[in-house]
Write a protein that binds this ligand. Structure first.
Ligand code: ATP
Ligand code: MG
Length: 162
C-alpha cells in the first residue's frame, strides 16, 4: 500500500469511527450534606451505577462558606443564596464526576425536580428529600455548567480516562 492509499484509508476509518462512537458526556454530581448525614451515599451511588453512569472522579469535601458561595455564584442574587451556601458548608459532601451518554439530563431525571414535592415518583429527591433546600443531590444543568463545576473541584490528573 502506498502512503497515499494508507492515509486515505485512515481518513475514511476515522470519519466513520466518529459516526459510530457514542458521544460520552460528563457531569458534576454532589451528594449534599443532608444526603451524607442521612447515610445515603451508597443508595445514590447504587442508582448511578445501575443507570450505567461511570464514576471518573470522586472525593469527600467539607466546603467553606466561601467555597460554597463560589460554587453557587450563579445564584448570588437569589433570596435563598445565603441559606443554601450555609447549608452546603454545614457538613461534608461527596463530589463526583459521572460519565455516560447524555449523562447531564439523565442525571437530572434520576434526581427529580428541585422541590421534592414536585419531583416524579421514584426519583432521589422524591424519595429522600424533606425540604426544597436540603434536597440530597446536585447535578450540573448544561455542558457549560458541567465544565465549570468539574473544574471547580477536580484538576485534570484527578479525572480518570476510561
Ligand atoms: P442543584 O443546582 O443543586 O442541582 P437545581 O438545579 O435543581 O439544584 P437550582 O435552581 O440550581 O436547582 O437551585 C440550587 C439549589 O438551591 C437547590 O438545589 C436548592 O438546594 C436551593 N434552592 C433552590 N430554590 C430554592 C428555594 N426556593 N428555597 C430554598 N432553597 C432553594
Ligand atoms: Mg442548579
Amino acid at each position: 500500500m502506498t502512503c497515499r492509499e494508507g492515509c486515505r484509508k485512515f481518513y475514511v476509518f476515522s470519519r466513520n469511527w466518529r459516526k459510530v462512537k457514542p458521544m460520552k458526556e460528563r457531569t458534576l454530581s454532589i451528594i449534599k450534606p443532608d444526603g451524607v448525614a442521612k447515610g445515603l451515599i451508597g443508595e445514590v451511588l447504587n442508582r448511578f451505577e445501575h443507570a450505567g453512569f461511570q464514576v471518573v472522579a470522586m472525593k469527600m469535601v467539607h466546603m467553606s462558606k466561601k467555597q460554597a458561595e463560589g460554587f453557587y455564584a450563579v445564584h448570588r442574587e437569589r433570596p435563598f443564596f445565603e441559606s443554601v451556601t450555609d447549608f452546603m458548608s454545614s457538613g461534608p459532601s461527596v463530589v463526583m464526576v459521572l460519565e455516560a451518554e447524555n449523562v447531564i439530563s439523565r442525571n437530572r431525571e434520576l434526581m427529580g425536580a428541585t422541590n421534592y414535592k414536585e419531583a416524579a415518583e421514584g426519583t432521589i429527591r422524591r424519595e429522600f428529600a424533606m425540604d426544597i433546600e436540603k434536597n440530597v443531590v446536585h447535578g450540573s444543568d448544561s455542558p457549560e455548567t458541567a465544565a465549570f463545576e468539574i473544574g471547580y473541584f477536580f484538576n485534570a490528573l484527578e479525572l480518570v480516562r476510561l
